[in-house]
Design a protein around this ligand. Structure first.
Ligand code: GLN
Length: 482
């Protein structure tokens, strides 16, 4: 039953010598063994490695040299974060046998705090998607209803945390891939400010948007894991050196005097059950001393086209390296180099990845660059301005995360445009490089989780997470019956 505990409870058990890291690891591994066949949250689990890391932590603690309170607690890692010696597939056929020779900075940071490696989680191929259905390894399933998607692209991490297979997990968010699956599965998911966590060793999708962040079952736990992976890294030139002021025990959940903005654009077209619930939680924060005012983010309707032009353009360039020579499984019997590229990429990439490479190549090509890519960059600047104006008046912006709760597996995957449109509430934060968090705020009439999103200005993670903690306090629990 150790798997029922969050990071803080497990840390207390370890410190009080009521459980060993090995016992915790064994319990989580057997939980994963019991549920993964059904939920498909993990692509790779290396039991031996996990137990060895737990044993090493127990030995360190016995010597009085624990790396942190969390030393030895296993967490899950999205499979686009490089782990030396442990397969990292990005849920793609082209990387199905890739074993990285080095650790991502975020993974090294997590290990430096003693967190052990439970396994690598399922995701949409190269993090392109919102459902985890584009995975080469098959879809992950929502623990609240396994006929439904868990969201994506970090669906496996969200499922692992919500289904009590992992106390916390790392994910990545390019346009909502942490916040949206957190909302669909009913856990906390936080995407930090761009530059807060190094992207070194995160397999690139859209480099100007990608950020690593954390999933957990409480705001404090998500903050603790995020703090462990944050910090400056000279190997990522966009990494920023700022003090990490939101670590364990730093959050009060006090919202007295907090200025909350409610953008009308983020409530239009949202399922009434979700919009009403988010409004009710905002009213609860007002009762705790926050002030609420309506604001306008006028450019919200342009976020989807701007994002899909920029993300696909960057992806088409980033994915050029999978040529069968530098990366990827080379196709056999190619007569020449061009044929090798063509066959390797045709066989190795899935449909959605190919669609995005083609879209991105098109918008970057001569004659179309000005009309599409450059236009999108200008749109992005206007969206950034929109947020700047808003944050001159308010401290946080509170909205729904998604327009619906989790939909059925297979329901939307054949209609990519409708899936792209469903990202409308999350992608602006990536375009503006600001932090965002999704907090569960109860269930809809079908028993599916509803998420509330908070966004704050650059490097205001502490303000963001404090508000999230207040929301958590006034919200009903959402644990799935598993
Ligand atoms: N759903 C968005 C997309 O498909 C975002 C994905 C992500 O954040 N990695 O691009």
């Amino acid at each position: 039953m150790l798997h029922r505990n969050g990071l803080r409870e497990l840390a207390d058990l370890l410190t009080g010598r009521q459980a060993s890291a090995r016992e915790i690891a064994q319990d989580l591994l057997s939980r994963v063994g019991a549920l993964n066949g059904r939920l498909n949250a993990f692509i790779t689990v290396d039991q031996e490695r996990c137990l060895r890391e737990a044993d090493e932590a127990d030995a360190r603690r016995a010597r009085g040299e624990a790396r942190s309170d969390f030393d030895g607690i296993p967490v899950a890692v999205k499979d686009n974060i490089c782990t030396a010696g442990l397969r990292t597939t990005c849920a793609s056929g082209i990387l199905r046998d890739f074993v990285p020779p080095y650790d991502a900075h975020a993974y090294a940071g997590m290990r430096a705090h003693g967190f052990a490696t439970l396994g690598k989680t399922n995701m949409d191929e190269f993090a392109m998607g919102s459902t985890t259905e584009t995975s080469f390894f098959g879809p992950a399933r929502n623990p609240h209803d396994d006929t439904r998607v868990p969201g994506g692209s970090s669906g496996g991490s969200a499922v692992a945390v919500a289904a009590l297979m992992a106390p916390a997990a790392l994910g990545s968010d390019t346009g909502g891939s942490i916040r949206q699956p957190a909302a669909f599965c009913g856990c906390v998911g936080v995407k930090p400010t761009y530059g807060r966590v190094s992207r070194y060793g995160l397999v690139a999708f859209a480099s100007s948007l990608d950020q690593i962040g954390a999933f957990a079952r409480s705001v404090d736990d998500a903050a603790a894991l995020l703090a462990a992976v944050s910090g400056h890294d000279r190997r990522d030139s966009t990494s920023i050196d700022r003090p990490v002021d939101f670590g364990p025990d730093s959050l009060t959940g006090d919202v007295r005097g907090l200025r909350i903005g409610m953008p009308e654009e983020y409530f239009a077209g949202v399922a009434p059950e979700i919009a009403d619930r988010v409004r009710a939680q905002i009213a609860a924060l007002e009762a705790e001393g926050a002030t609420v005012r309506p604001i306008s983010l006028r450019l919200t309707e342009y976020a989807v086209p701007v994002y899909y032009l920029i993300a696909t353009a960057e992806a088409s360039s980033n994915l050029a390296r999978y040529d069968g020579i530098r990366y990827g499984t080379p196709a056999p019997d190619a007569a020449n180099l061009a044929e090798l590229y063509e066959r390797t990429r045709s066989a190795g990439f899935g449909k959605e990845v190919k669609r995005r490479i083609m879209l991105g190549t098109f918008s970057l090509s001569s004659g179309y660059y000005d009309a599409y890519y450059l236009k999108a960059l200008k749109g992005r600047t206007l969206i950034i301005e929109d947020f700047r104006r808003a944050f001159a008046e308010v401290d946080v912006i509170v909205t729904p995360v998604t327009t619906t709760t989790a939909f059925g597996i297979g329901e939307k995957i054949s209609d990519p445009l409708s899936l792209y449109l469903s990202d409308i509430l999350t992608i602006s934060a990536n375009l503006a490089a600001i932090p965002g968090v999704s907090v569960p705020v109860g269930l809809d009439a079908r028993g599916l989780p509803i998420g509330l999103q908070i966004m704050a200005s650059h490097f205001q993670e502490r303000v963001l997470l404090n508000a999230a903690k207040a929301v958590e306090r006034v919200s009903p629990p959402v644990a799935p019956a598993l």
